[in-house]
Design a protein around this ligand. Structure first.
Ligand SMILES: Nc1ncnc2c1ncn2[C@@H]1O[C@H](COP(=O)(O)OP(=O)(O)OP(=O)(O)O)[C@@H](O)[C@H]1O
Ligand SMILES: [Mg+2]
Length: 487
């Protein structure tokens, strides 16, 4: 359960926010503390130096006035003032013996820095924070003192070491309060940031949850369901629109598939039913050889039809959208049309239909109408158009098949003088299994797949196919296929 939460985008977003915020707050706290400490220490050191300067002034003055004991006499007034102060004072000889101390030091001596020699020679002055048993006796267990140690040479006086100390208690208390404040503020800040991010993430992600719920509810039976339109066109809004568009396309594809399967099943069932029916009748009793023969001829007919339909379905499946042409070659459209026309000639003659081919005549400038494609598929496409022309033409009329070069395409036109296609059906004749319902039963037993195949094949060859009724009667199919690039 908890693990499920941890894997949500909402948790990850919140975690990331809190993490970033935490890092920023921590860095900020450390920086503020460090700067504050450095500033306070600088001002402490300044005050220590002031004190040391003024003590040195007094000693110099005492020396100038010719006092016997310029050191003790010079600092005496200051030492008296230091009885209750946080400041401490001590003079030592250059060799380190204590000469005089402020009374608040009682019997404790301010320790000398470890490198007293370097104080004497180079730096002259050292300021450091000191703790230890001596300081602890004076200020308590955690006591710390900031101590300035300066090596001084005053004319008329032996060199000496001057030490001024300041109790760091106040500084330390302020520092630990400040630390405590930060230690409290950071977790509280993080908690607030966490809650705010959690709520914000929930708000921003709620449409996505809704989309997920809707998508879960989608089934094949409810393909028309859509997400409610978004309130704003932000990223999530765009996603909702995109998902809805995708559902539109899915629904279209699914419906087409459904129609196709239903139609295919229906069409395949008819010949099978005819064969079964016929066989049942034949099997009822002993038949004469003539009767068996008639039955077998009928059976053969139905089987041929079935075979043709399965071929058509396979061609359609091959030509279906998106499938690239495998093993495409340069195909002469002239040759294809000539072949098809020759093949259909006997049937046309049977129906007294004149089937006339008019091929493109490549001149010196015009190339041969070559198309990159699959010759079998192209043959089946032209074949279907010619077959329709012959099938739907009344006796004695002509079907013209023409090949022309137009710009960068080969154009194939098939014209007939048949009944034409009623305008309200023009859009649908390319659909699979679609046949124009006709009062006069001209055309016989087609499957309604021919034009769907023609369209599939042209699409596969990146071409186009259109149909229009002719003013003079009949209809005209125009296919345009891009020529092989000559460069
Ligand atoms: N040249 C034409 N003249 C009139 N109607 C046509 C013509 N070509 C096609 N049609 C109409 O369009 C419909 C679809 O044609 P399509 O070629 O797809 O199927 P079909 O010819 O009925 O069957 P088949 O699958 O055997 O080709 C036909 O049923 C017919 O009504
Ligand atoms: Mg047809």
């Amino acid at each position: 359960m908890l693990w499920q939460h941890v894997r949500t985008l909402r948790f990850k977003l919140t975690f990331l926010h809190v993490l970033i915020f935490g890092v920023i707050l921590s860095i900020l706290s450390v920086v503020v503390l460090t700067v504050w400490e450095a500033n306070v220490l600088a001002s402490v050191d300044e005050r220590l130096q002031d004190r040391a300067d003024s003590a040195l002034d007094s000693i110099e003055r005492a020396a100038n006035e010719g006092r016997d004991q310029p050191l003790t006499e010079g600092v005496q007034p200051q030492l008296r003032a230091l009885r209750q102060s946080r400041y401490y004072f001590q003079l030592r000889s250059a060799t380190g013996e204590s000469i005089i101390r402020s009374p608040n030091l009682r019997n404790v001596r301010l320790p000398l820095p470890s490198d007293l020699n370097s104080v004497k020679t180079k730096k002259k002055q050292v300021i450091e924070t000191i703790s230890g048993s001596d300081i602890a006796r004076l200020l308590g267990a955690d006591g710390q003192m900031r101590v300035l140690t300066r090596y001084c040479e005053v004319p008329g006086v032996l060199p000496f070491v001057l030490q001024v100390g300041l109790n760091m208690g106040t500084f330390n208390t302020s520092r630990s309060s400040l630390r405590q404040i930060f230690l409290m503020v950071v977790p509280v800040g993080l908690l607030l940031a966490g809650v705010a991010s959690w709520l914000l993430a929930r708000r921003s992600l709620s449409p996505i949850r809704r989309i997920a719920r809707e998508a879960q509810a989608l089934t094949a039976a409810q393909l028309d369901r859509r997400m409610p339109p978004p309130d704003a066109m932000d990223e999530v809004g765009e996603m909702v629109v995109t998902v809805n568009q995708m559902l539109d396309r899915l629904e279209d594809a699914f419906r087409a598939q459904e129609r196709f399967v239903a139609d295919a099943a229906h069409e395949l069932k008819t010949p099978v039913a005819v064969v079964i029916g016929g066989a049942q009748v034949i099997a009822q009793k002993e038949r004469t050889p003539t009767e068996y023969n008639r039955f077998l001829v009928g059976l053969l007919d139905e089987m041929r039809r079935l075979n043709q339909m399965v071929d058509s379905l396979l061609t359609l499946a091959r030509a279906d959208a998106g499938m690239p042409l495998i093993g495409a070659e340069e195909v002469s459209i002239n040759e294809i049309v000539a072949d098809v026309v020759q093949r259909w000639q006997p049937l046309a003659q049977q129906k007294s239909v004149r089937l006339v081919a008019s091929l493109a005549m490549p001149t010196g400038e015009e190339p041969e109408p070559l198309v990159l494609g699959d010759p079998e598929l192209l043959d089946s496409m032209v074949g279907n158009l010619v077959q329709n022309g012959v099938r739907y033409s009344p006796e004695g009329e002509a079907v013209d098949v023409e090949v022309r070069l137009v710009a960068r395409s080969a154009r194939i036109t098939v014209r007939d003088r048949g009944p034409g296609i009623p305008p309200e059906h023009l859009d649908r004749v390319f659909e699979r299994f679609y046949r124009v319902p006709r009062v006069e039963s001209g055309g016989g037993s087609g499957t309604g797949l021919g034009l769907a195949i023609a369209k599939g094949v042209t699409r596969l060859h990146k071409g186009s196919i259109h149909v229009a009724n002719r003013d003079s009667g009949g209809c005209e199919f125009v296919v345009e296929l891009p020529l092989v690039a000559t460069t």
